[in-house]
Design a binder for this molecule. Sequence first.
Ligand SMILES: *Cc1c(COP(=O)(O)O)cnc(C)c1O
Length: 456
Amino acid sequence: MESIPYKIYLSENELPQAWYNLRADMINKPAPLLNPATLKPMTAEELAPVFCKELIEQELDDTTPFIPIPQEIRDFYKMYRPSPLVRAYCLEKALDTPAKIYYKFEGGNTSGSHKLNSAIAQAYYAKKQGLKGVTTETGAGQWGTALAMACGYLGLDCHVFMVKCSYEQKPFRREVMRTYGATVTPSPSNTTAVGRKILEEFPDTSGSLGCAISEAVEAATTQEGYRYVLGSVLNQVLLHQSIIGLESKTALDKYGVVPDIIIGCAGGGSNLGGLIAPFMGQKLRNEADYRFIAVEPASCPSFTRGKFAYDFCDTGMVCPLAKMYTLGSGFIPSANHAGGLRYHGMSSTLSQLYHDGYLEATSVKQTDVFKAAELFARVEGTLPAPESSHAIRVAIDEALRCKETGEEKTILFGLTGTGYFDMVAYEKFHDGLMTDYVPTDEDIQASLSELPKVDL
Ligand SMILES: *Cc1c(COP(=O)(O)O)cnc(C)c1O
């Protein structure tokens, strides 16, 4: 037995004092957000009706490497952080691999995922600005739950537009949100103009994150004292999620462990961006080298089959445009896709890094993801979220490759959450009803052909 414990816990005083802003070390900065009306870079003033003031500053800040974490947020973090870094001894044994596998577990809070790290920060700045409340969308439900918890704690009003299929599939998620005081509306809904328009065109739609975003933005901009908050994709969210990587690095440094490969699932890119942040910083500064792998579902393959272009962040085309790897804002993954990570685009920071060759990406099919999830649950004990299981899949595949080559690589992956609310998906898998729909080139071309024309 090696001297590294199963779980490396940090003490409360080792909680990072500042978030790390990866963009400060990037030579090619992510492209600016564009105003959908003028196609010119969005200014802070133009963003102000939609977003909270301090969050806009963080969003637009490409140069400050460390941004102090306010004491109130640190106090909230202490309720569930530092999160454990686990050495997956049991998984290594089950795979009979010489690889050393570590995972950073973010599911140890009631919302069940890493999203709480940014939810509390965003709710805090909204409260500080004197706002009444915030609006948002949620897909699988983790973000809405996290935001409901943060708003409940700070006494802010929270209105969540929940993608309809998930609202129907996950009634308990909805009730958790309501327990924390949030209002939850299935999207598309007839409570907004954009929702009514989408319903008129597609009455049977099961909804999409893009639609729900449009509705939440409209609800924020048409009510006094409200702003919109987003749980992924944005630079500010990656900034808050850097706490995952900072803690991981502190824990590994304690034992002199240096990862070779760092793996994360990628929906909008926030957990991956956060996990890799300090390591990528070293790579950008030429201080160290690592392999970084983004894992996405084969049914929603933004990095691996999308285009690096300016696109709308939402279906209703009301949000700013971001330059990112995208499948087109009209892309809606097949309804049988159960594993989360359904967003059509990707963080502009990660998109730029991928474009510049700092980051690899791969896509995996959902039945393979659930096979990995089940093995992980059985040997490591934790029931993983389907999203997180994308990273588990590739961590296992890399470990099996080490078994073939005899290499003793050190693998770190992000275990972003637990899967308690995903049992309908697990049920489909167990009953053999889960299929692997992969969009055709024609499907993807159809939505890409609608990309906005932007000449800069
Ligand atoms: C939201 C979510 C993801 C994907 O979002 P990212 O912004 O790409 O991190 C992954 N895992 C879990 C558990 C989630 O809730």
